[in-house]
Structures are given as structure tokens and as C-alpha cells.
Design a protein around this ligand. Structure first.
Ligand code: HEM
Length: 417
């Protein structure tokens, strides 16, 4: 079972990390990603950690850095995430890339364990890791410079153009991705600064996107998030630690792209949500647009969030209860292979001009193959999806996420060593 550290071979977590599944209709609490979460990073006794948990304190929690996969994918999702997109400097060649990834790996490893980075100017800020994770991703240009065009997976590159897109280069593309997430925004800010300082002789910041979910302790862990439309968002998602999750998320590359085996891909879409026009819509129409009730996330054909939607059920008038162009009718996978793992965050920034809000979703999905899994879903949504009335993709980026590494190794070594 995923929560039992003795099964994982890593032997890291004695306590397990319980995610209450009740709110998702799962009933009993489920252990999730426990092998990656070291509650007692600095040897905190179980009893002390239990006291901190009871008091709602989370600052001492650490997620282990090393493993087959990078952290920040199948590990419990934290309240804050900052996505950083960097462009490589002209002079950054393969040898420099290896140096850069060694340094950044060392930073991530230290910061995630609650230590300052090597040349940390504010090491005091590193002492509250709050489940910090740092996840690295590579864009096509980085892979090309590292190992030539043959090493670039076929799915790594800009997505096809979609009719609904109004992409802004300010939020698109990038050579190196760093995703810094933690339950404490001060921890995130400090880690972001350290990582950017150590990458600046190799790359410059192209964009930064900050996202948030409910604060740690505001809700039972594992409660499906609500996005800023008020929708329960993330119900139908593969569960980390299951064979189904592993099959759709982790890559199995061969030949020149074997370096990405055990890694995955990330599609990051910045999707603006028009709250002004959404505000005009009543709850019935809001629910109809998704095919799930706005109040509790249950499908229109069911009564609880966890109920499976019935896309065949009809009304007395003979129409399907869930519209064929409702968001879940269009986005549901056509087969078991087309499943993606969504791990989104809300954003809310200052509006331009006289607007009240500039709000949306940092839609992030992990999948083994972008072309086979993400793109067909996005294509269907592009053709028809009631939600399109209120949403506009304004940024888009695709990254290869290399596998994790063992102590002494570095992220990207399968490409760069
Ligand atoms: C701002 C944009 C979006 C919003 C507000 C949104 C919202 C939602 C909501 C409320 C649900 C139902 C609950 C759930 O299962 O999570 C859902 C389901 C889903 N969405 Fe989205 N979504 C957005 C964009 C996208 C995009 C761009 C994709 C992929 C291309 C996508 C793929 C999915 C999938 C695969 C499901 C689950 C379908 C199922 O099997 O039932 N969504 N979304």
C-alpha cells in the first residue's frame, strides 16, 4: 500500500501522510505519496510531530528529494506554487548545463531538507521547509543543446494552435522550468530567490507564474480544490501510488529519448477565467456547463462527488441530463490510455485598465505522452465545450520532466552525465 514506508524500499516515513478522502467521497482516509514525505526530516520524534499536527503546524514537514521520480508530481499538493520559465544564455552549452543542474540539484536537495543552500544569504528562512518541493523540466532547446535533436521526444514542443487560444509570449515556452511549491509562501519566495541566483550565469528568467490553493489546515487534506469559479476541480484524476497512475504518468523512452524514462511531461496552460460574465450565470447554468453540481461537485446524474457520471441518462424531454457539450462530456478520456493527471493552481493578479479582477487557472497536467494524451482532449475542448464561453488560454508551455536521482546524482544526469 502506498502509505506503508516498508513497502517502498525507501524507509523514509514512519508516520505516513494521511489524506482525508471523505470530502472526495472516498470514505476512509487514504495514504498518498507517503513514501516521499518525511515528517521528521531532522529526526523529529513521532510524538512531537503528532503534537505539531494537532496544533495545525506544518512547517517542519519535509518531502524527500531523492527517488525514481522527481518530487512535486505524485507527492501531496502544497498550498502555493511558483512556476519559473527560464531562457538559456547563448553561451550555455552541454558542459555548462551539467554544471547548472548539479548546482540547482544541490540547492533543491538542501532547501527541501530544511537547510540553507550552499551560499545562502538568508539561511534562517530555510528552516521552515513546509513540505517544499522543487521540480525541474526541460524545454526542447535545452535538450537539443544537451544531446542533439534526436534526444528531443516527439511530443516536446509547442502544442498545435487551437481556435480558443489567445496566447501571450509572456506566459509561453521556456528552456528550463523550475516549479517551487510549499505550504508556506515565505518558504517559496526564499527557495525561488536561491534557485534564480544560482541559475543566472546560465539562464535568465522569461516568466514567473504564482498559484495558490487553500492554505494548509483550512480544510481536511485531500479535499478536492475549488477553482475561482467556485467549481470543485480535480475530482476525476488518477490516484498517485496506483498502477493506473504509473501507467499514464511515467515515460518509458527508448533509444535517444531513453533519458526521460521514469520522468514525465508537463503541460502548463495559463487559462483566464472571466469572472465578470461568470457572475451573471445562475447556479443551474453553472452546473450545466460542467455537467457537475456547483454546490458539491456531484455529477448531474448522481448525488455525491465520487459518483460516476451517467452520460446516457435522459430527461423526460429526451435530452441527455449531462449535455454532450458539457465540460466533463468533452474532456473525459475516450479510453484508459488518454488519461492525464491534473494538478492545477488558481491565480489572481492585478487587472489591467479598469477591471476588477484578472483571474484564472494555472492548468498543469502530467502525462507520459503529450500527443497521445493531452492534445486529443484539448482538441475536443477546442471544438466544443460550454466552459469556453468564460475561459481563454493565454499561456502555453510544454516541458519534459526528467526522472529523479539517487543521493550523489543530479536531476538531468540521464541526459547530461
Ligand atoms: C479554466 C479552465 C478549466 C476549468 C475551469 C476546468 C474545470 C473542470 C471541472 C470543474 C471539472 C469537473 C471536476 C473534475 O473531475 O475535476 C473538470 C474536469 C476535467 N477537466 Fe477541466 N477545466 C478547465 C480546463 C481543462 C483543460 C484545458 C483540460 C485538458 C485539455 C481539462 C481536462 C479535464 C479533464 C480530463 C476532466 C475530467 C473529466 C472526467 O473524466 O470526468 N480541463 N474540469
Amino acid at each position: 500500500m502506498p502509505g506503508d514506508a516498508t513497502d517502498t524500499g525507501r524507509g523514509l516515513s514512519r508516520r505516513g501522510f494521511l489524506l482525508g478522502g471523505a470530502a472526495a467521497g472516498v470514505g476512509a482516509a487514504v495514504a498518498l505519496g507517503a513514501d516521499r514525505l518525511v515528517g521528521a526530516g531532522a529526526g523529529l520524534p513521532d510524538q512531537r510531530q503528532a503534537e505539531l499536527d494537532a496544533a495545525g503546524l506544518n512547517g517542519a514537514r519535509t518531502v524527500t528529494f531523492h527517488g525514481d521520480h522527481q518530487s512535486g508530481i505524485d507527492t501531496p499538493i502544497a498550498a502555493h506554487a511558483t512556476y519559473l520559465g527560464l531562457r538559456l544564455l547563448e553561451r550555455t552549452d552541454r558542459e555548462a548545463l551539467a554544471r547548472m543542474m548539479r548546482v540547482l540539484t544541490d540547492d533543491a536537495e538542501r532547501l527541501m531538507s530544511g537547510e540553507g543552500a550552499l551560499a545562502d544569504t538568508e539561511p534562517e528562512l530555510a528552516t521552515v521547509p513546509a513540505a517544499l518541493t522543487v521540480t525541474f523540466g526541460f524545454g526542447p532547446e535545452l535538450v537539443r543543446r544537451a544531446a542533439g535533436a534526436a534526444a528531443v521526444p516527439a511530443w516536446l514542443g509547442p502544442l498545435p494552435a487551437f481556435e480558443i487560444d489567445a496566447l501571450d509570449p509572456r506566459w509561453s515556452g521556456g528552456d528550463l522550468l523550475m516549479v517551487v511549491s510549499a505550504d508556506d509562501p515565505v518558504t517559496v519566495a526564499h527557495a525561488v530567490r536561491m534557485l534564480l541566483k544560482d541559475s543566472r550565469s546560465f539562464a535568465s528568467l522569461a516568466w514567473r507564474q504564482d498559484g495558490f490553493r487553500r492554505a494548509y489546515g483550512s480544510e481536511v487534506s485531500g479535499t478536492t480544490m475549488r477553482n475561482l469559479f467556485g467549481q470543485v476541480d480535480g475530482t476525476t484524476n488518477p490516484e498517485p501510488g496506483t498502477a493506473g497512475f504509473d501507467a499514464v504518468v511515467w515515460c518509458t523512452g527508448t533509444g535517444a529519448t531513453a533519458w526521460v524514462s521514469g520522468g514525465t511531461s508537463l503541460v502548463l496552460r495559463r487559462i483566464r477565467m472571466n469572472l465578470d460574465t461568470w457572475d451573471e450565470v445562475d447556479p443551474t447554468a453553472r452546473s450545466f456547463a460542467v455537467g457537475r453540481r456547483i454546490t458539491d461537485g456531484a455529477p448531474l446524474t448522481g448525488s455525491r462527488e465520487a459518483d460516476a457520471p451517467d452520460f446516457e441518462a435522459t430527461t423526460a424531454a429526451g435530452n441527455t441530463v449531462i449535455s454532450p457539450v458539457a465540460h466533463i462530456a468533452r474532456s473525459r478520456p475516450v479510453d484508459s490510455r488518454e488519461v492525464i493527471f491534473r494538478r492545477g493552481y488558481n491565480y489572481d493578479v492585478a487587472p489591467a485598465g479598469g477591471g476588477v479582477s484578472e483571474t484564472g487557472l494555472l492548468f498543469a497536467s502530467f502525462q507520459a505522452d503529450v500527443d497521445a494524451q493531452f492534445t486529443p482532449i484539448q482538441r475536443r475542448l477546442d471544438e466544443a465545450d460550454l466552459l469556453n464561453e468564460w475561459t481563454t488560454p493565454i499561456g502555453s508551455a510544454v516541458f519534459a520532466i526528467p526522472p529523479g536521482c539517487a543521493p550523489g546524482g543530479f536531476i538531468g544526469e540521464t541526459l547530461l552525465a
